[in-house]
Design a protein around this ligand. Structure first.
Ligand code: NAD
Length: 258
């Protein structure tokens, strides 16, 4: 059997990094695309064997995405004499949801969220589809519970993530039966320096944040990575066009102010 290959955008840090690590540890080959050169170098160092291809790519840039897929195809053929992909995880994007009051939001800033989340997912999906079709692969889009509910001043992020959910069901209908397409809506996931290296004294969330979750804790990148692995597997073979909230139950909790 051919070793499966996953492409993970934003794969050098946070949720993307946890997904990269999980899949590598489960025997996949992984191409991690991330625009942060320092994080890419660090990832490359952590996995020096030939099962990881870590590339510095801004996924919202059409030419960079085209060149990255060209390089990936060459890498696969040269090293493994194989073609095709098994999984694309559209995870990259500006993770900070706050854009400030709508009346002060510049068009340039509005576009920063749309480009990194939506345009990036479009460009990578377009580039990956022929290879995914070849291996009857899967796409997992990392959206957010903010596609479903809101705090104030997150319009651009919410719109981009809502767009990603709509793109998920549209793609599932267009690309089936060869390719399944699903989305994950993470809730609060603790990433950042504390999660990565204990370099801060305190985690970024407080005790009260933890207690308000029905599961009694904040999410970890590994929670999302495990859901990606499930959606990519044959166990999820009858699931397409769906989104799964990985949020410790928060979107099912009714909250009214006293
Ligand atoms: P993160 O900032 O730790 O990691 C995001 C990675 O994406 C970074 O390595 C960054 O360099 C990369 N990236 C950003 N824009 C890019 C671009 N244009 N091209 C290539 N790489 C790019 O963030 P995270 O918390 O791990 O978030 C990952 C995804 O999960 C994001 O889409 C985010 O919106 C979503 N999400 C996160 C949470 C959370 O609580 N952490 C909650 C809901 C959704």
């Amino acid at each position: 059997m051919t070793t499966p290959l996953a492409i993970i955008t934003g794969g050098a840090q946070g949720i993307g990094r946890a997904t990269t690590e999980l899949l590598l540890n489960e025997g996949w080959r992984v191409a991690a695309l991330d625009r942060d050169a320092e994080a890419v170098a660090e990832l490359d160092e952590a996995f020096p064997d030939a099962t990881l291809l870590a590339m510095v790519v801004d996924v919202s840039d059409e030419l960079q995405v085209k060149e990255a897929f060209h390089h990936l195809t060459g890498w696969q053929q040269e090293n493994y004499k194989t073609t095709g992909f098994d999984l694309l995880v559209n995870n990259a994007g500006l993770a900070d949801p706050e854009c400030g009051p709508i009346e002060n939001l510049s068009l340039k800033d509005w576009r920063r969220w749309q480009e990194s989340h939506l345009t990036g997912a479009f460009l990578c999906t377009r580039a990956a589809v022929p290879g995914l079709r070849e291996r009857r692969g899967a796409i997992v889009n990392i959206a957010s519970t903010r596609a479903l509910q809101s705090e104030p001043h997150c319009e651009s992020y919410a719109a981009a993530k809502g767009g990603l959910l709509s793109m998920t069901h549209a793609l599932a209908v267009s690309l089936g039966p060869e390719i399944r397409v699903n989305a994950i809506c993470p809730g609060w996931i603790e990433t950042g320096p504390w999660q990565k290296a204990q370099s801060r004294a305190e985690p970024e969330h407080r005790d009260i944040d933890r207690r308000q979750h029905p599961v009694g804790r904040i999410g970890e990148p590994a929670d999302v990575a495990a859901t990606v692995a499930f959606l990519a597997s044959d166990k999820a073979g009858f699931i397409t066009g769906q989104h799964i909230s990985v949020d410790g139950g928060m979107t099912k909790k009714m909250i009214y102010a006293d």
